[in-house]
Design a binder for this molecule. Structure first.
Ligand SMILES: *Cc1c(COP(=O)(O)O)cnc(C)c1O
Length: 464
């Protein structure tokens, strides 16, 4: 399997190459050259596989030529060994025909562990094979940083430096990062905003001398391997509910459009995926696009679902590429114009192709709390704010006789204030995190200054 950029960089790349590279050199995102497809018979055969074996089977078509199936089975078994639920991503019916697929039983209690734990194993495998060392830098507003730290802690081939905006993450989120004591992990609290942290990361990548010296790599959500690692849970849920002999719809609370793109990809691979409903909070750029063909940037406003507080959904470029019949020039022109003008409108025919498949719903904070309360009263189900938005979007798009599966993206105990306000219940942290508030924290505090941050990273990897 080869990969190409959405913006026309013509040289085909292997899975291992794009795993380490993340973003393409031309600024585009990598996509598989063609969609691998499974027949109905092949899907049926997957029904009996355990979650790790199913993940290995799905991943093997994307790593073909780089990593074989037996190796993937070992890596997937290791990746999901630390999950606290035997089913890895259990499915529960919460209302008639509406299911919650819980993706938060990994070490940091958010769905990002589902892909990041596997990414940790894939990096380890490829770097060992190539006898290479890399430094991973990333900016986080909370969930991505802790998932990356848990996935890469203790690795002999990797150093990790995660920047978070000082005082602007929740205490649970900060402590999940800063109480990890492994020597290869560096936490930096930047005196600035999340956008400042992201700009610092971009500037480190743009500084060629620095990038080469520390061999920089990234694991943000534009990395194709993360999307690929999110496809198996959609497959598993669909198979459990009767696919390939029955259609299934999905609803996903959305920020960077990565998680829902994986559900869409499962459809391209031949799974009978019917509707895809996305939920957003007041930062609703995607909902506005799907309801009015208006993708215009606005300032980010904080909400009860902070992991969806974003202005631009970076993975949308992959769907756009497909909607434009994989024309990289058209995709590139559209993206560059969007960056320049702060808004995008696509041809009516292209927009209709998107709305034929995708449905969208926006909930503000009050409506989110109301949804959490109703859910708890009607089914005793405790949902975190992100999941509640997904459930509302799923209910709106539900059709009779078609199961609707909602991606439950965070454990309620990750957002205890909102859960308590909505339901009166104070959710308890699972046992492996029970001591979180007593553990020692370790992090550097730095001003928003590139040279100081680069110096800290250099020292961290032993270069200064
Ligand atoms: C990251 C995150 C999301 C958004 O996922 P995308 O792939 O960026 O759309 C939703 N909910 C939670 C809890 C998250 O951590």
């Amino acid at each position: 399997m080869q990969y190409r950029s959405t913006r026309g960089d013509t040289s085909p790349r292997s899975f291992s190459d794009i795993l380490l590279a993340g973003l393409a050199d031309d600024g585009g995102l990598y996509m598989p050259e063609t969609w691998p497809r499974f027949s109905a018979e092949q899907w049926r055969e997957m029904r009996t596989l355990s979650y790790p074996d199913l993940a290995a089977r799905i991943l093997s078509v994307f790593t073909a030529g780089c990593i074989d199936l037996p190796t993937l089975q070992t890596l997937c078994a290791r990746a999901y060994a630390g999950f606290s639920h035997a089913a890895i991503a259990p499915l529960t019916e919460i209302e008639n025909g509406l299911f919650s697929m819980e993706l938060f039983h990994g070490p940091t209690l958010a769905f990002k562990d589902m892909a990041m734990q596997l990414l940790g194993q894939l990096f380890e495998h490829v770097l060992t094979e190539r006898n290479q060392r890399v430094t991973i830098v990333g900016a986080t507003s909370g969930d991505t940083g802790s998932a990356a730290i848990e996935a890469f802690r203790g690795s002999p081939h990797l150093s990790v430096a995660i920047l978070h905006p000082m005082g602007r993450t929740s205490e649970v989120q900060r402590r999940q990062m800063t109480t990890v004591q492994d020597a290869n992990i560096l936490n930096i609290a930047v005196e600035g905003t999340f956008d400042d942290c992201q700009d610092l990361v971009k500037a480190m990548f743009a500084d060629t001398g620095f990038r080469k010296a520390v061999n920089l790599s990234a694991v943000n959500s534009i990395n194709w391997a993360r999307i690929a690692a999110q496809i198996p849970y959609y497959v598993r849920a669909a198979l459990m509910l009767g696919a390939p002999d029955r259609e299934v719809s999905f609803a996903v609370p959305t920020g960077n459009f990565g998680n829902v793109l994986a559900a869409w990809a499962a459809g391209e691979m031949g799974l009978p995926v019917r509707r895809l409903a996305i939920g957003s909070n007041r930062n609703d750029i995607l909902t506005r696009f799907l309801t009015e063909n208006d993708m215009s940037m606005r300032a980010v406003a904080p909400s009860l679902s902070p992991s969806m507080d974003i202005q631009v959904s970076s993975n949308f470029e992959r769907l756009l590429f497909e909607l434009l019949d994989r024309d990289p020039q058209a995709c590139r022109d559209t993206m560059l114009a969007f960056r320049q003008n702060g808004r995008m409108r696509v041809d009516d025919a292209v927009w209709r192709r998107a709305t034929a498949r995708f449905d969208a719903l926006m909930l503000d904070d009050d409506a989110t709390l109301a949804e959490m309360k109703t859910l708890f009263e009607r089914s005793g189900y405790l949902a975190d704010p992100h999941t509640a938005i997904g459930i509302a979007a799923g209910r709106k798009a539900q059709e009779p006789g078609i199961p609707m599966v909602v991606a439950a993206t965070a454990h309620p105990a990750k957002f205890p204030e909102a859960v308590c306000k909505a339901t009166g219940i104070d959710p308890t942290l699972p046992p492996h995190l029970a001591g979180l508030f007593d553990r020692e924290e370790r992090y550097d505090i730095l001003p928003n200054a590139l040279t100081l941050v680069e110096d800290a990273v250099r020292r961290h990897v032993g270069l200064a």
